[in-house]
Design a protein around this ligand. Structure first.
Ligand code: NZQ
Ligand code: ZN
Length: 388
């Protein structure tokens, strides 16, 4: 078991009706609020009107930045930071999914950053001066509400980076706000939750019992609850379990005692969404089973981990460990497919033309060469090619 140090300063408020405490929490930081949201789902669901009334009744002055893109762009971050500077904003309120929360983290830090904001993403540092960030989560997926990462894209350079910048001060997680999430994003968000767990689960440390237990519990919970949420979008228990799993999955807690694995599927996926602007969870669904088969073939000494995955997560049985390892991967792939997301790059209109550049760039912070099973550029190209 490895050493670890961990501190999460975020106050996480979970459950039905928790946003009733919004003005109380926001008010601690001041009265000038930048409300950040995405492409309009909060207007369709009525959440926007409700929030605006609450904020106005509470005596807040609200500035707005709508239209944050899925895979949020650096240009939108710049716009938000400008609004904060010009209007002496006291606190940023993000309402949406990971894209909106990530963009808001970068805005909160970028408001005080002296220099180009893309440079800030490329050279991330915790503890920089920042506005406080409060968020209301509307889709269960990234766990951005309980981690310090802001994943920002630069379409001019085809780059997408996750920068450790800032923890939210307060996060509100009300599962009823996710009832309106369409099946595609319910599935892709759940796949992202599973991937956050699997990136650390598939690593070399064999003896962190707490970590193994967290990981297998979260995976089994998503496997149980995603199909229910897809059939019954307003099933509170299913939505609540997905939401609780999402916050913990990317929090670092399931990694306790484990050697960092480099998160190779995320490194590869961020290249796909940087070049093709695809949905993050869908990219992960396509990549993960192929990455698993690839590393199992490249280094059969990792088989024990896949056997454990098959037995403890999928409840599979058998004495032939080679067959069992592969059956666990097949079960995962089938589960993703049955959730309704595309399972090949070809379906997304993606060809092989950029694979070499993407493979090289994915390793820029050593995320592939330092992975549990290190991947060369050729290996990464082979994984992408298997996904066509
Ligand atoms: O933009 P709106 O109109 O709000 O619609 C969104 C968007 O189209 C919609 N949606 C959200 N809540 C809804 C809803 N539709 C109906 N009802 C609701 N209640 O869902 C779509 C997806 O939203 P988005 O925020 O893009 O999804 P997600 O939470 O999956 O965030 C994805 C981004 O986060 C990054 C990804 O790379 C991607 O850029 N990640 C962030 C991480 C982090 N901060 O720790 C880690 C992850 O690994 C990931 O990389
Ligand atoms: Zn992710």
């Amino acid at each position: 078991m490895e050493n670890y140090v961990h501190a999460i300063p975020t106050k996480l408020c979970f459950g039905k009706g928790v946003t009733d405490r919004l003005t109380e929490e926001l008010g601690r930081f001041g009265k000038n609020v930048l409300l950040v949201y995405g492409g309009g789902s909060i207007k369709k669901t009525g959440l926007y009107d409700k929030l605006m009334k609450t904020l106005r009744d509470g005596g807040f002055t609200v500035f707005e930045l709508g239209g944050v893109e899925p895979n949020p762009r650096i240009g939108t971050v710049r716009k938000g930071a400008e609004i904060c500077r010009e209007n002496a904003v006291d606190v940023v309120l993000a309402v949406g999914g990971g894209s909106t929360i990530d963009c808001s983290k970068a805005i909160a830090v970028g408001t005080f950053y002296d220099g180009d904001l893309w440079e800030m993403i490329l050279n991330p540092k915790m503890g920089r001066k920042a506005l406080p960030l409060v968020d209301i989560v509307t889709v269960s997926a990234t766990g951005s509400e309980f981690d310090p990462i802001a994943v920002i894209s630069n379409p001019e350079t085809n780059e997408k980076f996750g920068a450790g910048l800032l923890y939210p001060a307060v996060s509100f997680c009300d599962p009823t706000l996710t009832f309106s999430v369409p099946p595609y994003h319910t599935a892709s968000g759940s796949i992202d939750i599973m991937s956050h767990i699997m990136e650390d689960y598939f690593s070399e440390t064999p003896d962190s019992d707490l970590s193994e237990g967290f990981a297998e519990t979260v995976l089994k919970s998503v496997i149980q609850n995603l199909p229910i949420a897809l059939k019954e979008p307003d099933n509170y228990s299913a939505r609540a379990n997905l939401m609780a799993n999402a916050s913990v999955a990317c929090s670092g807690i399931p990694r306790y005692g484990k050697r960092h694995s480099g998160w190779p599927c995320h490194a590869l996926e961020h290249e796909l969404s940087a070049y093709y602007d695809i949905t993050h969870g869908v990219g992960l669904a396509i990549l993960t089973p192929h990455w698993m088969r690839f590393i199992l073939k490249k280094d059969p000494s990792v088989r024990w981990r896949f056997v454990r995955f098959a037995r403890n997560v999928w409840g599979l049985d058998g004495d032939d460990e080679d067959a069992l390892a592969l059956a666990g991967i097949d079960a995962l792939e089938r589960f993703f497919r049955e959730s309704g997301v595309p399972m090949t790059l070809t379906e997304l209109g993606i060809g092989s033309e950029h694979f070499v550049d993407m493979a090289k760039h994915a390793d820029i912070r050593g995320r592939l060469t330092n992975a549990w099973v290190p991947l060369t550029t050729e290996d990464a190209v082979a994984v992408f090619t298997d996904c066509l």
